[in-house]
Ligand binder design. Structure first.
Ligand code: 1GP
Length: 258
């Protein structure tokens, strides 16, 4: 495989953007939900809307389309590809970076450290940029695949103080990113007050996703302190949303500069 167009130092770009208060948009691609032909539309829309990152992965990937999906992205554009794996089997050398997730909101040792031990040699060998990520699943109002698969209770959506302490602990343990996720297709996305409190308690970039379906919600989350907004489900249903959500997220960058 050619690594010619592999991005390096994505974490550096995330922290630089945070310093400049620039918000980013990550389009989440679940390899089970795409094929070569709909990928083309998704990529074209993402290029023209200035999407900042592709996150690729899912709680449960059944198909074997992961490598091919990333190859298609790499052939067509230079948007960085970050793996967001639901399990150690979702590692692809074709990506640029990996969210090395530890489920710090849960108490399942397998997802805190167990699977990392198993995947460590593979991850090390992959040459991927590894970004240690404190992953916090917040109750999104309905059982999601991630909570079932992880066998861990989500953090209650109205317990801001638990979220704050969890994120702070994650940062002090050395996590370079905090990802708050209400789960794919969540009925209730994470509320702004939790985002605001968590973001003001940590210094590392904060990723927020799960159930975000409108440009307005993406905008509000950015204003509350999210550094990266992740949208998957809504875009699978209506890819044209990419343009409006990207514009809403990036509009906060213009406001900041004024
Ligand atoms: C899920 O945060 C992501 O892990 C995105 O969620 O699919 O609901 O946008 P949606």
């Amino acid at each position: 495989m050619s690594l010619v167009n592999r991005h390096t130092n994505i974490y550096h770009s995330l922290t630089e953007r945070k310093k400049q208060q620039k918000k980013s948009f990550a389009v989440l691609i679940d390899p089970d939900k795409v094929n070569d032909s709909n990928m083309e539309e998704l990529i074209e829309l993402s290029i023209s809307s200035h999407v900042d990152y592709f996150f690729v992965g899912g709680s449960l990937v059944i198909s074997d389309y992961l490598d091919q999906c990333i190859s298609v992205i790499k052939q067509k554009c230079s948007i960085p590809v970050v793996l967001f794996p639901g399990s150690p089997s979702q590692i692809s050398k074709k990506a640029d970076a990996l969210l090395y997730l530890s489920l710090i909101s849960g108490r399942n040792p397998e997802l805190l450290i167990g699977q990392h031990v198993i995947s460590a040699p593979l991850v090390k060998q992959s040459g991927l940029e590894v970004m240690p990520t404190g992953y916090m699943v917040i109750d999104g109002g309905a059982p999601t695949t991630v909570s079932y698969i992880s066998n861990a209770n989500p953090l209650p959506s109205n317990k801001n103080e638990i979220a704050v302490c969890t994120a702070m602990a994650g940062e002090m343990l050395g996590m370079k990113l905090i990802y708050m996720d209400a789960g794919s297709g969540a009925k209730m996305p994470i509320n702004e007050s939790m985002i605001q409190k968590v973001s003001s308690s940590i210094n590392v970039p904060l990723i927020v996703g799960g159930g975000i379906t409108t440009p307005e919600k993406a905008y509000i989350n950015c204003k509350a302190g999210a550094d990266v907004i992740v949208v998957g489900n809504a875009i699978e249903k209506d890819p044209s949303l990419i343009k409006d959500i990207a514009a809403a997220i990036h509009s906060t960058n213009l406001v900041t500069l004024q």
